[in-house]
Design a protein around this ligand. Structure first.
Ligand code: ATP
Length: 369
């Protein structure tokens, strides 16, 4: 039987709690025997202990593993002398060094969850943000200039190769989906500021070149400032949205808030050779250690990990298990005790995890009947 090694990096704040929740769920699936978990340190707490936020052994372990599962990393007060955070070094460096160029962030209003947007029901909001993950403004991380403490500059990097591959990934994804909830049309929207900066105009030019190769899919356009309004007023219009790295970071937080909470949104960061899976949220230090963090985003990221591994290795067992987790999460969310505080409920992190685990064992019993 094929087995898969999962590199696990718990991280900081709520990271270890939500990561453990995902591991407990993975261990309750039908393919638990095919997974081995190997833990590696990284993040702000590790920086405080050792002077490095991302040890070489952790990088090598992540690179070697079949997939990487992460909680969240970073603590606001733990910074380098230049003021930037140490803990997020892990995620950022991993993206750059493993070339994890496609950050896939599904935004879906699920049954049982109430949107902050009036009159929106499950099914009304169902789109994917595809965030370019290796270039853009964040490519300047660690390379910007602070001159005499009087002036600071960071550069926005857009390349043809980087933009072509993320736009192509967006159109390929749209082909596999069912279209926008509002009108059923398969649509890819580019979100940029092409009206202001050359970099974004270049991004849009390449988007248009790629769009010509996908005549079956509607190409759509929005400036990032207007997009913050569109995502609140007409989320049903969107199917796949592609954007530069920093816009993707900001826009996906806003989008997550429309489908319940930051804690709901899974995320997959994919390159040609590696996959990195964590929820879209950060380490939320103010609620850490209280057993109140919402683990659904990380649990759903673990399901995406199994789906990705299954497709990559043509291993149906993993794809089946990914579906089991998805269904068990949806059942848990509609249960009376299935909502955490951020979703308006009273459930704990461990309570929700137990519900998902119980759902998986019930599913296994049904399958055996
Ligand atoms: P980063 O920049 O590292 O992504 P962030 O600045 O976006 O982090 P988060 O740590 O994600 O910030 O927190 C944003 C808000 O969402 C906070 O109010 C936090 O408590 C809340 N939050 C984030 N994740 C969760 C979660 N899993 N469960 C409940 N609330 C959460």
């Amino acid at each position: 039987m094929d087995t898969y090694e999962i590199a696990v990096v718990h991280g900081d704040g709520i990271g270890p709690e939500v990561c453990q929740a995902a591991i407990d769920v993975l261990k309750a699936t039908s393919i638990s025997n095919a997974l081995t978990f190997v833990e590696y340190p990284a993040g702000a707490n590790h920086y405080l202990k050792s002077g490095t936020a991302f040890p070489d052994e952790t990088y090598e372990g992540c690179k070697r593993a079949d997939a990487i599962l992460h909680g969240a990393a970073g603590l606001p007060g733990v910074t380098y002398p230049d003021g930037t955070e140490t803990g997020i070094e892990f995620g950022l460096q991993l993206r750059f060094r493993l070339d994890l160029y496609a950050n896939v962030r599904p935004i879906k209003l699920r049954p049982g969850v109430t949107s902050r947007l009036r009159d929106r029901k499950p099914g009304d909001i169902d789109y994917v943000i595809l965030r370019e993950n290796t270039e853009g403004l964040y490519a300047a991380r660690g390379n910007g200039v602070n001159l005499r403490d009087e002036m600071a500059v960071d550069s926005l990097v857009i390349t043809r190769k980087g933009t072509e591959r993320i736009c192509r990934a967006a159109f390929e994804l749209a082909r596999k989906r069912n279209g926008a909830p509002g009108d059923g049309k398969k649509r890819v929207t580019v979100c940029d500021k092409a009206n202001v900066l050359r970099t974004y105009a270049f991004f849009r030019k390449i988007f248009n070149e790629v769009a010509e190769q996908y005549p079956d899919i509607e190409a759509d356009y929005a400036y990032a400032d207007a997009m913050t309004v569109h995502l609140l007023e007409r989320p049903e219009h969107y199917d796949v949205i592609v954007m530069e790295n920093m816009f993707g970071d900001i826009m996906s937080d806003l989008a997550a808030a429309t489908v319940g909470s930051m804690g709901m949104s899974p995320s997959s960061e994919l390159g040609d050779n590696n996959g990195f899976f964590q929820a879209a949220h950060g380490s939320a230090p103010t609620i850490a250690g209280q057993n109140v963090a919402n683990p659904y985003g990380t649990i759903l990221s673990a399901a995406s990990m199994l789906q990705w591994l299954g497709e990559r290795h043509s291993d149906k067992r993993l794809i089946t298990a990914a579906g089991q987790i998805q269904r068990s999460v949806e059942a848990a969310m509609t249960a009376p005790s299935g909502l955490t505080r951020d979703l308006g409920g009273k459930a704990s992190t461990s309570g929700v995890t137990q519900l998902v685990v119980q759902g998986l064992s019930r599913g296994a019993l049904h399958a055996a009947e």
